[in-house]
Write a protein that binds this ligand. Structure first.
Ligand code: FES
Ligand code: FE
Length: 434
């Protein structure tokens, strides 16, 4: 069996270039599915998706199927969707409410916390048959960060808050954009997939360089909406100098901060959406101008892409989850978020604005990922370039809190996450189910 020590990491990942094997090698992918997905804190779902005792939702921990459930006391569990008898998946519903999980193969029955409650024809087993050892296997460490539920199989991982670090601060900013800090994932999802490795999406996540080319039509729409005088990144004659920044936040987490380049109002900056003016007018009439102005600024979300390694991305008002399927196949799911303590009209507007990027922008990125994948099928030309901005000393872009900040068009955030990736892939880890 190939292990991570069989790879020459310093050759594969260099400061300004990466070897194609990092994307295309199936054995390396298989190591990623343990050391990263499962070894690190991995996002599972949001608490609002399992609102009540008995609520459950299926999720992925790399290639492993997990059921995240809420027990009778409101307790949260992450159970492997794997019967303790002969391993059949016990639940095929994406989400719902249940009092128990009954395996369809031979009828073993489990509680919401995974305990084995009953087996049919129990007298066919000997006296030493111990139900307490035959529960649904559990993700041993499950933790919620202000509603965002993560799990790890690695007892040696630091606490979730420490792993998130600076990214946790930015995630809190995103959450606190909601009135009362309450968000919900209850408005559906936009699902897409592409032929290519999951890291192609990660490379793209803090990359402002591609926006002026791959998303040219979106840039043109934004310019039409905000003519003249704007200093935002989509206007700048020299994008490297525009007030939009990419950050490397440590632990593999990256951040693209658009807000400084978005002018005084995010709402006014949003691209036109159906019903936008009517909705805004209705809110001003019912709430008053001042309260409506405050709420409307919260409606489009935050001017940000926050990327929490290895699978959670926050984009404006949406949550995108990266799900590797195989070395050459990736699922991307965008979950709309709603503001729990806001009038319905505000959330309708939020949805209309949120639909914009998946409809017009995501398709551009998906095509670029597939084109990269196509290009990576040339073994004789193995190197991928990440050198943009690499001539600037790290000390010059390192902030007092340790974050590295540079123009959004530079590639230091990619180099940062790849350095973390390289380290994780070489770390000895013991993963266990509880
Ligand atoms: Fe689940 Fe047999 S595999 S009861
Ligand atoms: Fe993009």
């Amino acid at each position: 069996m190939t292990t991570s020590t069989d790879f020459d990491w310093d050759y594969l990942i260099q400061r300004d270039r990466v070897h194609r094997d990092v994307y295309t090698d199936p054995q390396l992918f298989s190591i990623e599915m343990t050391k990263l997905y499962g070894g690190l804190w991995t996002y599972l779902c949001h608490e609002s998706e399992i609102p009540e005792p008995g609520s459950f939702r299926r999720a992925k921990l790399g290639l492993r199927e997990v059921i995240v459930s809420r027990g009778k006391e409101g307790d949260i569990h992450a159970l492997f969707n794997r019967c303790a008898h002969r391993a059949a998946a016990v639940c095929m519903h994406p989400s719902g409410s249940a009092s128990r999980f009954v395996c369809p193969y031979h009828g073993w029955t489990y509680g919401l916390n995974g305990d084995l409650l009953a087996v049919p024809y129990a007298d066919g087993y000997g006296e030493d048959f111990d139900k307490s050892t035959r529960h649904l296997p559990r993700v041993p460490r499950v933790k919620s960060f202000h509603g965002f539920i993560f799990g790890t199989l690695n007892e040696a991982m630091p606490e979730l808050e420490d792993y998130l670090g600076l990214a946790g601060d930015v995630l809190k900013e995103f959450i606190n954009r909601a009135p009362s800090g309450k968000l919900a994932l209850n408005a559906g999802a936009y699902r897409s997939s592409y032929t290519g490795n999951w890291k192609l999406a990660w490379d793209n996540a803090a990359d402002m360089y591609h926006v002026f080319f791959a998303h040219r039509s979106l840039v043109d729409i934004t310019r039409a909406r905000n003519p003249g005088g704007d200093t935002g990144a989509t206007y700048a004659a020299r994008p490297d100098e525009s007030p939009i920044y990419s950050y490397y936040l440590g632990q593999g987490h990256t951040y693209l901060h658009h807000r400084p380049g978005m002018g005084p109002s995010i709402f006014e900056r949003a691209r036109p959406a159906p019903g936008m003016e009517i909705g805004a007018t209705a809110l001003r009439e019912t709430m008053g101008a001042e309260a409506a102005a405050d709420l409307l600024e919260r409606v489009p979300g935050q001017g940000m892409n926050l990327n929490i390694f290895p699978n959670l991305m926050i984009i404006a008002s949406q949550i995108q989850v990266v799900e590797p399927v195989s070395v050459d196949r990736t699922q991307l799911t965008w979950y709309a978020t709603t503001l729990s303590d806001a009038p319905a009209q505000a959330n309708v507007l939020r949805m209309r604005i949120a639909e914009d990027f998946p409809n017009f922008g995501e398709v551009d990125d998906l095509e670029m990922f597939e084109r990269c994948w196509q290009g990576l099928q040339v073994p004789e030309a193995p190197w991928v370039d990440y050198s943009r901005g690499n001539h600037i000393p790290l000390a010059d872009i390192t902030q007092s809190n340790g974050a590295q900040k540079a123009p959004g068009t530079h590639e230091h955030a990619l180099r940062g996450y790849l350095d973390a990736y390289k380290e994780y892939m070489q770390t000895d880890m013991t993963l266990t189910a509880a």
